[in-house]
Structures are given as structure tokens and as C-alpha cells.
Design a protein around this ligand. Structure first.
Ligand SMILES: Nc1ncnc2c1ncn2[C@@H]1O[C@H](COP(=O)(O)OP(=O)(O)O)[C@@H](O)[C@H]1O
Ligand SMILES: CC(C)(COP(=O)(O)O)[C@@H](O)C(=O)NCCC(=O)O
Length: 397
């Protein structure tokens, strides 16, 4: 059976025990995300060759392997390039017939901004995919192909959500990256970006750096674990002498004004604990996004809201704040759900799009049946320890 070539002129009929590696990128305002597939092509025994699958009228070979996930700060894009080079990712990609460069799917603003750099350093031709399209494709793939991907987080309890494939659409996808996009999803490739806000992950990280002098996002998150927002936020009780504003259903402990308590003291920034500032800022940004998400869902009659983007990072306080905001404002009608591979939606969507535009002899993702990711993640030395790899198989010519 002609297995075709891997696009680099190397005849994949060689059936060498070669590491198959394909990747896709999402280069955003803050982080560059990579999704890459590693599988071993081995000598196919006769019965295996027979078991190859007819897809698109052609026989294709199924390769078992894993999807891996990792990220780099966009400001350190050279580290991302060095990683790709070190692992020889993309070595099995087809080449662009016009310029003989390796074709790699990429999305996010960085796919435009760094196109020349990837060409120069890796001989990559970045095949650009629309960012919103990839976010939706990535979310739909995860929600359909991976068990235990979506979950609720309320009162400190994580509950995985069993997705009914026949009742998935419509839903609201809220992607909290540097900024926030809110996308109404009605099906595969059927979506509309219906709202957004510039008060997103970049706001938390940017203001947090200024207020706390943190050198890393993880340090800022760690600080927020230990802080008490009530030192900084003005509560209803601070205004009402310690009692509820019960006529309007506002408890004394409800936040009346974020950072409002700093007004009525003679303290300056240095007099506040950085932990308290970080906690209050996280609460403010998360609550605001939760409320905007609910209002957008209400406007379109949507009950399911999935939150993605690297801002969340599976952080308990962030998810709890968003969940409480959605539950409070919707009076329990709408539900906030989160995704295990939250920050990789765009990169995964770019990867899944390989079977578009003439790549159909290249790679197709097949539905991952009953994948149960390890809850604590599977990592290799480079992988991001928070994001479990996904066992999957792909078709390849
Ligand atoms: N290690 C990290 N470094 C920087 N920002 C991080 C990190 N982890 C999470 N974040 C948060 O995630 C946001 C970026 O999320 P992401 O979905 O990658 O958006 P973008 O595509 O705009 O880069 C940052 O603004 C920050 O709030
Ligand atoms: C421009 C963006 C889509 C870029 O995506 P990101 O890199 O932030 O993930 C996003 O930052 C955004 O939607 N900002 C908010 C724009 C608005 O006010 O709707």
C-alpha cells in the first residue's frame, strides 16, 4: 500500500521506526501555546495494514500516540523556537510546493507577527488560521473527544460534566486570555463572536505586576492564595455599619467597591500586603468577567457557559469567583464550566484544522474514544505539568 511521503521527500514507505511528530501553534499576546502529536510509525504487519481505515476514499494508516501540550511566554519566543528545533517537531509535515518550506498551522496574532522569524529559524511556513475559528474548533474537539474535560467548580468541589453530544449546542465560549472574547457556538464552524472585554488576563497580570512587583504570573497567583481581599475592598457592611443591605439582598460581606477601602485611610501602596492586593485584584477581574459572561448568555438565551484561556490556570479562587458570579446573577439558571486543557483551545483548533485546505492527505484527528486522562496529568521533562497529554490516534497517509 502506498503510504505516500511525509512531504519531505522521504518516502514513508521506508516504514522506519520513526517518531511521527506534528505540531500546531497559538501565539497570543502573552503566551505561545504548542500542541504536538508524538507517535511511532513502525513496520506494519500484514493484518495491521489490512486494518487501515478507508477515509475519504483512500486507505489511511492509523498511528497511535499522544497529544502533548506546552507553553512559552510570547516575549521569549526564541525559547519556543529552540524547543521545536530540539525535539525536531514538524519533521513529518508536508512542504509548501511553492517555497519548499515546512507547512505548520498557526493561529493568534503572533502567527502574523513572527511569521518571518519562524521562516528564518526553522524554515517553517506558518499556515495562518483564524483565532476565533481555532478556539471554537479546539473547544468542540475537546468536548466531543475527551471524557472528563469539562467540569464545574463550586464551593471547592470539582464535578466533571458528562457532555451529551446531541445537546452540546448552543453554548457560550468565554476565552480569557490577555483580553476576553465571548463566542456564541452553534455547531462545528458555526459561531459568532458576540462580545469581549479588554479587562482580561493581561489586566490582572499587568496591574498585578505594578501593584506587587511580582516577577512572574505564578508568583502573583501564589500571593493571591494567601491574601484577604477585605483589607482592600469596601464591603457593604463597611458602608452599612456592619449590617446587610437586606432590602436589596446585599449581605454585609458582599463587595460594594473593589479597592474602595484604600480611599478612607492615610495608607499608601507600600502599607498594604501584596497578598491582599493580589487577592482583591483577582476577585475584581474574575467577578467582572463572570458577570459580563452571564449578561451575554442572558442576551442570547444560553444556559451553558464554558470558560477557557490561560488566565484561569485551574486556580480555585478564580474559578470559584466566576462560578459564584454566574450562579448569583443568573439566579442558578446558568452554569459556569471549565476545561482541563483551558489554554490550548486555539492551538488544538489549529491542529484539528490540518484536514482542511488540501492537507487531507496529511493528518486527520479521529474521535478519541473514552479517553480518561490521568487527573494529575502526564508529563515529560518539557511538558507543562498542569496539562495532561491525551492518548489519541490519527490517520496519516
Ligand atoms: N506563565 C504565565 N505567564 C504569563 N501569563 C500567564 C501565565 N499563566 C497564566 N497566565 C495568564 O494567562 C493570560 C494569557 O492567556 P492566553 O490564553 O495565553 O492568552 P493570549 O493568547 O493572549 O496569550 C495572561 O495574561 C495571564 O493572565
Ligand atoms: C484581541 C483578542 C481577540 C486577542 O486574543 P488573546 O491574544 O487576548 O487571547 C483579545 O485580546 C480580545 O478579544 N480582546 C478584547 C477586545 C474587546 O474589547 O472586545
Amino acid at each position: 500500500m502506498d503510504l505516500g511521503t511525509n512531504g519531505n521527500g522521504v518516502n514513508s514507505d521506508a516504514q522506519s521506526d520513526s517518531q511521527i511528530s506534528h505540531l500546531a501553534l497559538d501565539i497570543g499576546g502573552t503566551l505561545a501555546k504548542l500542541v504536538y502529536f508524538c507517535g511511532n510509525k513502525r513496520l506494519l504487519k500484514n493484518d495491521e495494514v489490512q486494518s487501515s481505515v478507508k477515509a475519504g476514499g483512500r486507505s489511511r494508516t492509523i498511528i497511535q500516540g499522544k497529544l502533548h501540550f506546552t507553553k512559552f511566554e510570547t516575549s521569549k519566543i526564541d525559547e519556543c523556537i529552540a524547543f521545536i528545533n530540539r525535539k525536531q517537531l514538524g519533521s513529518h509535515h508536508p512542504k509548501d510546493l511553492d517555497n519548499d518550506r515546512i507547512v505548520v498551522k498557526a493561529t493568534g496574532g503572533g502567527a502574523f507577527k513572527f511569521a518571518e522569524l519562524f521562516k528564518e529559524k526553522l524554515d517553517f511556513c506558518l499556515d495562518k488560521e483564524d483565532e476565533m475559528d481555532c478556539l471554537v474548533a479546539g473547544a468542540n474537539f475537546l468536548l466531543k473527544a475527551v471524557d472528563q474535560e469539562a467540569f464545574t467548580y463550586i464551593g471547592g468541589q470539582t464535578e466533571f460534566v458528562q457532555i451529551n453530544q446531541d445537546d452540546l449546542y448552543p453554548y457560550l465560549l468565554v476565552n480569557i486570555g490577555s483580553g476576553v472574547s465571548m463566542i456564541k457556538v452553534d455547531g462545528n464552524g458555526k459561531f459568532e463572536r458576540v462580545s469581549g472585554t479588554s479587562l482580561g488576563g493581561g489586566t490582572f497580570w499587568g496591574l498585578g505586576k505594578l501593584l506587587t512587583k511580582c516577577n512572574s504570573f505564578d508568583e502573583l497567583l501564589e500571593l493571591s492564595h494567601q491574601g484577604n481581599n477585605r483589607v482592600v475592598d469596601m464591603l457593604v457592611g463597611d458602608i452599612y455599619g456592619g449590617i446587610d443591605y437586606s432590602k436589596m439582598g446585599l449581605s454585609s460581606t458582599a463587595i460594594a467597591s473593589s479597592f474602595g477601602k484604600t480611599i478612607s485611610t492615610n495608607k499608601v501602596l507600600e502599607n498594604y500586603r501584596t497578598e491582599d492586593l493580589a487577592r482583591s485584584l483577582l476577585r475584581m477581574i474574575s467577578n467582572n468577567i463572570g458577570q459580563l459572561a452571564y449578561l451575554t448568555a442572558l442576551r442570547f438565551g444560553l444556559k451553558r457557559i464554558f470558560f477557557g484561556g490561560f488566565f484561569i490556570r485551574g486556580h480555585a479562587y478564580t474559578m470559584d469567583t466566576i462560578s459564584v458570579a454566574v450562579h448569583y446573577w443568573s439566579k442558578g439558571e446558568a452554569q459556569a464550566m471549565f476545561l482541563r486543557h483551558e489554554g490550548f483551545l486555539g492551538a488544538l483548533g489549529a491542529f484539528v484544522n490540518y484536514n482542511k485546505q488540501g492537507h487531507d492527505n496529511f493528518i486527520l484527528m479521529q474521535r478519541v474514544e473514552k479517553h480518561k486522562p490521568e487527573l494529575d496529568g502526564i508529563t515529560t521533562e518539557e511538558e507543562d505539568s498542569e496539562y495532561a497529554s491525551i492518548d489519541c490516534s490519527v490517520y496519516i497517509d
